[in-house]
Design a protein around this ligand. Structure first.
Ligand code: AMP
Length: 505
């Protein structure tokens, strides 16, 4: 077993740590399945032992290099081994999914500035040592014990998740061990709504999205089993439903968009998952329509709407959306903040303070100081808060999120800065100006349209999309590209987005 300094106490009191909580699970449930995916599964003791071995190897190999480590891949159980190994060895990890194009992976690698990358899928990056899946397997199965491992704890950064940035470069959100522990202690209570001792959690989001932290760590901390739905399964509804059917899923964790996609198939109902007791949603607006459909199809399951940004560790508010909540409100509320978190509405914007607000953006002082600010609470006490950019209000009972103040959008559950796409469009050959606008159906964004002024008639929508795919993940490529002669301009000389919207959408 890993010898850990700085690992204090037991139970889930303030002196414990995420690793300690998981270690307690391992002690009592070693033979239980921790994670299942199409290509492999691991018990708790395998997960723990393998991550011990890899942690020891990382420490010997990297010595004083404590820089964060990129973990590249998709949903193999080995990803989780790598995450735990990094933090056991005292280094933060940065999950990067295969949906990222090469250019973006390189940008992240350069930002992290660590020559070593753990890659469970094929990857080459100049000037980096890529530890491949087969090498990782060998390291994990080789017994190695090391006395002075000093795991990530307290205010050390536990993970870094990169999100879309308005300047065309992704921003790395730093979440500390304290942040994660405070989140997990709350999310364990949410999972308690299943009323079950052993919970099988569904994992939909790739590990590079913070929504996955909700299912992964709540599952590990409660001794549950995580069932991963890989990308290939998610694009084949029949095969995915088959997996759902045989997995005895109790707790569903996804974006509302993903559940809506499933609802388009009539087979998506309680018969498919007789043991499903709880839907946990986060990441975007949950509509009444979706809640009504789900409660009709899954009469045994509760539906919980949670809200929060990556910058404040997945989610900070929650509400169980039952019939009463539906009939009392025109829109689905986001509920009340968890213990240890306060929400403020300033100039119509939601600000979050408390014990899950992250450290900031990795090596980006400017963006950090713009978004993580000092405010005064009602008593005039100065506190640190994260400016979400979300518009919201409090109705005396619950908080509501009503949209964005800026050009950040959610499309099919993905967080996208329109500026990120625009900046990457402008660097495409023969593109002079570009504006990206969302197309909505009233409630949600359905697709993106790029308006492009080109300098050469020969440049086609197809060529632009091909060039963009080198720079951006597929979900960020605008569905439509429309060429225009001249951008409409407002009186103060800015591009007139409203006019574009009115004329073209
Ligand atoms: P992400 O960092 O990807 O989790 O995205 C965070 C953003 O998603 C928030 O700032 C909101 O704009 C949006 N969001 C998250 N949860 C909800 C929710 N329950 N209702 C409405 N919007 C949400």
């Amino acid at each position: 077993m890993l010898k850990q300094k700085n690992m204090r106490g037991g139970g889930t009191d303030m002196s414990t740590s995420v690793l300690k909580i998981i270690e307690n699970v391992v002690k009592n449930n070693g033979e239980k399945k921790a994670v299942k995916a199409s290509f492999g599964e691991l018990t708790y003791s395998q997960l723990w032992k393998q991550s011990d071995n890899l942690a020891a190897w990382l420490s010997l190999r990297l010595k004083d290099n404590k820089k964060p480590i990129m973990v590249y891949g998709h949903k193999s159980p080995q990803m989780i081994v790598c995450f735990l190994a990094c933090v056991k060895s005292g280094r933060a990890y940065c999950p990067v999914d295969i949906s990222m194009p090469k250019d973006r992976i390189e940008e992240i690698a350069i930002a992290l500035d660590n020559e070593l990358i753990l890659a469970l899928e094929p990857l080459t990056i100049e000037n980096h040592e890529i530890v491949s899946a087969s090498a990782i397997e060998l390291i994990c199965s080789t017994e190695r014990e090391i006395a002075d491992l000093n795991p990530v704890s307290g205010d050390d950064v536990y993970y870094i998740i990169f999100t879309s940035g308005s300047t065309g470069r992704p921003k790395g959100v730093e979440i500390t061990e304290n942040n994660l522990r405070n989140f997990v202690e709350w999310s364990m209570n949410l999972a308690g709504k299943t009323g079950l001792e052993h919970i099988t959690f569904m994992n939909q989001a790739p590990f590079s999205f913070d929504l996955s932290v909700m299912d992964l760590y709540t599952s590990l901390a409660t001794g549950g089993t995580l069932v991963c739905l890989e990308k290939s399964l998610q694009s084949d509804m029949g095969a995915m439903f088959e997996t759902m059917k045989k997995s005895d899923i109790n707790c569903w964790v996804s974006t509302p968009s993903f559940a809506e996609m499933c609802l388009s198939d009539y087979n998506f109902k309680q018969d498919l998952m007789p043991e499903l007791r709880l839907f946990l949603f986060c990441g975007e607006k949950l509509t009444k329509d979706t809640v009504i459909k789900l409660s009709q199809r899954f009469p045994k399951a509760k539906i919980v709407n949670t809200y929060g940004p990556t910058e404040s560790t997945v989610a900070v508010t929650a509400i169980e959306v039952d019939e009463k909540v539906l009939s009392n409100n025109e829109n689905v509320p986001i509920g009340k903040p968890k213990d240890g978190t306060r929400l403020f509405i300033r100039d119509g914007e939601i600000l979050i303070s408390g014990n899950t607000v992250g450290k900031g953006y990795y090596k980006n002082i400017e963006k950090t100081s713009e978004a993580f600010v000092e405010i005064e609470d009602e008593e005039g006490t100065k506190i640190r808060a994260y400016k979400t950019g979300d518009k919201g209000y409090f109705d005396g009972e619950n908080y509501f999120c009503t949209g964005r103040k800026d050009f950040q959008v959610k499309l099919h559950g993905y967080r996208i800065e329109l500026g990120d796409i625009e900046e990457n469009l402008i660097i495409c050959p023969d593109v002079e100006q570009a504006v990206v606008l969302p197309k909505t159906d009233g409630e949600k964004i359905k697709s993106l349209t790029a308006f492009v002024k080109r300098s050469n008639e020969g440049i086609t929508a197809k060529l632009i999309k091909t060039a963009l795919k080198e720079k951006l993940p597929v979900y960020m490529i605008p569905k439509n590209i429309k060429f225009i002669e001249n951008m409409p301009i407002t009186a103060n000389g800015k591009i007139d987005r409203k006019k574009l919207e009115a004329e073209f959408i």
